[in-house]
Ligand binder design. Structure first.
Ligand code: Y12
Ligand code: CO
Length: 172
């Protein structure tokens, strides 16, 4: 399965994703193809909607302290629901659907989620640090939101100007 990453301002990124009810081979194939696409694009997180599948699926592979990603650290998160959120943190985020742009975004410091794995088993995860930030970033995609929508009015204006200029230079 070949996947293409949708990039802003593609309107398909605004779709609200739907829950998975059947955990079959086609979902496993999608998860495997998402992982390949994410790693080939130097990403650490990817939501299914970013590859034009409006389904409540996200994957993460958080690098270790040396910046290396290991296959064992791949997380496949299906139908996530936040059941607890605490604190406040700020991190300079980037997104494969908004290439070349990074900006500080405020998030909850820790989140607890319920989710399902690729076989439909229900799990609970307490997330802190980069994992917590990445989960919140990817869960926003599932609702059709991008991190740029969390910027202040002034920063968003600056982004739109810079991004349009970059698209023009790349002839997109
Ligand atoms: C913290 C904040 C945000 C996340 C969401 C996951 N974000 C990514 O994986 C972003 C990756 C990314 C990769 C890019 O490509 C290269 O660096 C080669 C990129 O492209 C450019 O900057 C040109 C943009 C974003 C998780 C944790
Ligand atoms: Co993103």
């Amino acid at each position: 399965m070949n996947l293409t990453i949708l990039t802003y301002p593609d309107k398909r990124l605004k779709q609200v994703s739907k829950n998975i009810t059947v955990f079959n081979e086609s979902i496993h194939k999608l998860l495997d193809a998402m992982n390949k696409t994410m790693l080939e694009s130097n990403g650490i997180g990817l939501a299914a909607i970013q590859v034009n599948h409006p389904l409540n699926i996200l994957i993460l592979n958080i690098p270790d302290s040396e910046g290396e990603q290991h296959p064992d650290n791949l997380m496949e998160i299906i139908n996530p629901v936040v059941i607890k959120k605490e604190g406040q943190t700020t991190y300079q985020e980037g997104c494969l659907s908004v290439p070349g742009f990074y900006e500080d975004v405020e998030r909850f410091e820790t989140v607890t989620i319920n989710y399902q794995d690729r076989y439909g088993n229900t799990k609970t995860l307490d997330a802190t640090g980069l994992l917590s930030i990445a989960i919140q970033h990817e869960m926003d995609h599932l609702k059709g939101n991008l991190f740029i929508e969390k910027l202040s009015y002034a920063r968003r204006k600056k982004f739109e100007k810079e991004y349009k200029k970059a698209l023009k230079e790349k002839n997109i």
